[in-house]
Ligand binder design. Structure first.
Ligand code: ZN
Length: 243
């Protein structure tokens, strides 16, 4: 029997080229299961293809804020113009069934003893951003499992709580019993840590390790699709900057 090895992916944001590269990479590393921390759609040009792929994988998925915005008809006037125009465009691409699928996604889920949320367990439907230990501390008061994975900021990072909360960048984390971990798995489709490569994280329950993986993909092709769809050019430009 193969060792259980989970690929935790998220913030795909309709970037098919990045998703395809990440899934191929995960397969080559012997990944047995997949988990998605949300934001399948929004920003990039392939919402339908990305959504169909995730649905076909039949894995644990939680709802991201863009999954939420793109699957209901709330007004968009509070949005940044670039973000609002993509949400409107994405709504036009999705079928009624696909919107229903996104609406029905849970805000919080669990796999192999690990909690999954898009933003934070501290009011997950308010989509708060966790960038610093103070924000992570508010989250930790709701975390009942040793580890919780999330996305939303598109910046891979680990918050570790022992006596206090510390924040560190990671490539590999070994879980120490008695401590709590809140781990941002990085973004597949729109990394914002100035590394334009797609990011995801592999969790191996037996070894109790989380490993951050970076994958090169055809950024030029993803940008061409954005321009072809006539989405805001800034969304294409930011992919090569990783921000
Ligand atoms: Zn996102």
């Amino acid at each position: 029997m193969s060792i259980e090895r989970y690929a935790i992916i998220g913030d795909i944001h309709a970037n098919w080229d990045a998703l395809e590269a990440v899934l191929a990479d995960a397969e080559s590393r012997g990944v047995t299961d997949y988990v998605c921390v949300g934001d399948i759609v929004g920003y990039n040009a392939d919402p339908v293809r990305c959504l169909e792929k995730i649905q076909s994988m039949d894995c644990v998925v939680v709802k991201g804020n863009h999954d939420h915005y793109c699957s209901n008809d709330m007004p968009l006037h509070d949005f940044h113009p670039d973000a609002g125009s993509v949400v409107a465009w994405t709504r036009d691409q999705l079928s009624a069934e696909q919107m229903q699928y996104l609406r029905d996604l849970p805000l919080v889920s669990r796999f192999a003893g690990v909690t999954v949320v898009h933003s934070t367990l501290d009011m997950p439907d308010k989509w708060g951003y966790v960038f610093d230990p103070l924000e992570a501390d508010a989250h930790f008061s709701y975390q009942t499992t040793p580890c919780c994975v999330y996305g939303h900021t598109h910046v891979p990072v680990v918050f570790e709580r022992q006596h206090s909360v510390v924040r560190h960048a990671f490539t590999r984390v070994k879980v120490t019993l008695g401590r709590r971990y809140f781990i941002n798995v990085g973004s597949v489709g729109q990394p914002r840590d100035r590394d334009p490569r797609a990011a995801y994280t592999i969790y191996e329950p037996k070894a109790r390790t989380f490993e951050l993986i970076r994958v090169t993909y055809d950024i030029a092709r993803a940008q061409a699709r954005i321009r072809e769809a006539k989405l805001p050019d800034r969304l294409a430009q930011r992919l090569s900057l990783g921000k």
